[in-house]
Ligand binder design. Structure first.
Ligand SMILES: *Cc1c(COP(=O)(O)O)cnc(C)c1O
Length: 346
């Protein structure tokens, strides 16, 4: 694949910031006087590894991908911004995205002065409008954004459909899989090698329970991962985060909470469908439910007045009347169900 036609010329020409430590193997050095750090060991006095080598090796093993295909950043948000910065010339190139979807695509497009063309998901079942997405593209469309499972609608799209988009679209397809661990659909990582124009985003913020550590992942062809590494801030993932994530990946299995969240999701879904204040509960492949009600603002105020914070999506095009509810612990979910059964007055 010829990335040169898609990448901004200034990025192609970029010489990355290099540290003295890139030129020398660590083993031969015992005294570090190259980076103007404090020499007094307090656990964080040294700059972290800008290449996150140990962490990437562990993630590569965990995900069954080569290290050369992995980018790690300060949350998925960093990877989202880098996609625009690398592939879209401000004021000239554009991107296409499904709607409703994750708000960061719009924010990152706007901060990079890139037009984002939003294509509504099919009314009723939020299916992927494959043809409309492709029709929204022109010669300057360099990115196509699909979130699957999608936030806030909760549904995942068939891998075969996403693969077809990769085959038919000339630019880069970014599939945001922040919620993939809660879904039965599988991951586009399984076909990454077949699609040089595919970028898969994942995160430790949801199923892995590490939102506070800020670690996002991108998987792509080695050429693309290396562009991302060149454009990122050198020390984009701090030392304590690299160490803490490694330690937690060793010691905490992903499975237990994911299985519980999924079973709680299904319990909530059927219980909420029986609440008179709920018109419809959309099926979900994620750790949240999108719920349509007759009076979203009223229900939102009622829940927050009783100490339960949810996300009001009523004003998002395509989500009229909808609240997005994260799946909590069984006790938290019981409390939510109790409040829903009492609405409008407790
Ligand atoms: C929560 C979420 C993320 C995660 O963002 P981080 O910056 O990694 O915490 C990414 N994409 C979507 C669609 C999300 O909902």
């Amino acid at each position: 694949m010829n990335y040169e036609l898609l990448v901004r010329p200034n990025i192609l020409a970029l010489a990355p910031y290099s540290t003295a430590r890139d030129e020398q193997s660590d083993d031969e050095i015992s005294i570090w006087l190259d980076a103007n750090e404090s020499p007094y060991d307090n656990g964080v006095n040294r700059y972290p590894d800008p290449h996150q080598r140990i962490l990437k090796a562990r993630l590569a093993e965990l995900k069954g991908q080569g290290v050369e295909r992995i980018f790690v950043g300060n949350g998925s948000d960093e990877a989202i911004d880098l996609c625009f910065r690398i592939f879209c010339e401000p004021g000239q190139d554009n991107a296409v995205a499904i709607a409703p979807s994750y708000g960061m695509y719009e924010v990152a497009a706007a901060t990079n002065n890139v037009e984002l063309r939003q294509v509504m998901l099919r009314e009723g079942d939020f299916a992927l409008p494959e043809q409309e997405l492709l029709e929204a593209c022109d010669d300057h469309t360099h990115l196509l954004w699909v979130c699957s499972p999608n936030n806030p609608t909760g549904n995942a799209f068939p891998l075969s459909q996403l693969e077809r988009l990769c085959d038919r679209f000339q630019g880069m397809v970014v599939v945001d899989e922040a919620y993939a661990d809660f879904s039965q659909r599988g991951s586009m990582l399984s076909v990454l090698e077949n699609h040089p124009n595919l970028i898969v985003l994942q995160t430790l913020s949801k199923a892995w329970g590490m939102a506070g550590l800020r670690l996002g992942l991108a998987f792509a062809a080695p050429e693309v991962a290396s562009l991302m590494a060149r454009v990122k801030y050198p020390y984009n993932v701090n030392g304590p985060t690299q160490r803490e994530v490694l330690c937690r990946l060793e010691n905490t299995p992903l499975g237990e909470h994911v299985a519980q969240t999924v079973s709680e999701r299904e319990r909530l879904r059927s219980a909420m469908a029986a609440c008179s204040c709920v018109e419809h509960v959309y099926p979900s492949d994620a750790n949240f439910l999108l719920v349509r009600t007759a009076d979203a603002d009223g229900l939102y105020r009622f829940l927050s007045a009783h100490g339960v914070m949810v996300r009001n999506r009523h004003r998002v095009p395509g989500c009229r009347g909808c609240l997005r509810l994260t799946i909590g612990t069984p006790m938290e979910n019981d409390r939510l169900l109790h409040l829903l059964s009492k609405y409008p007055s407790l």
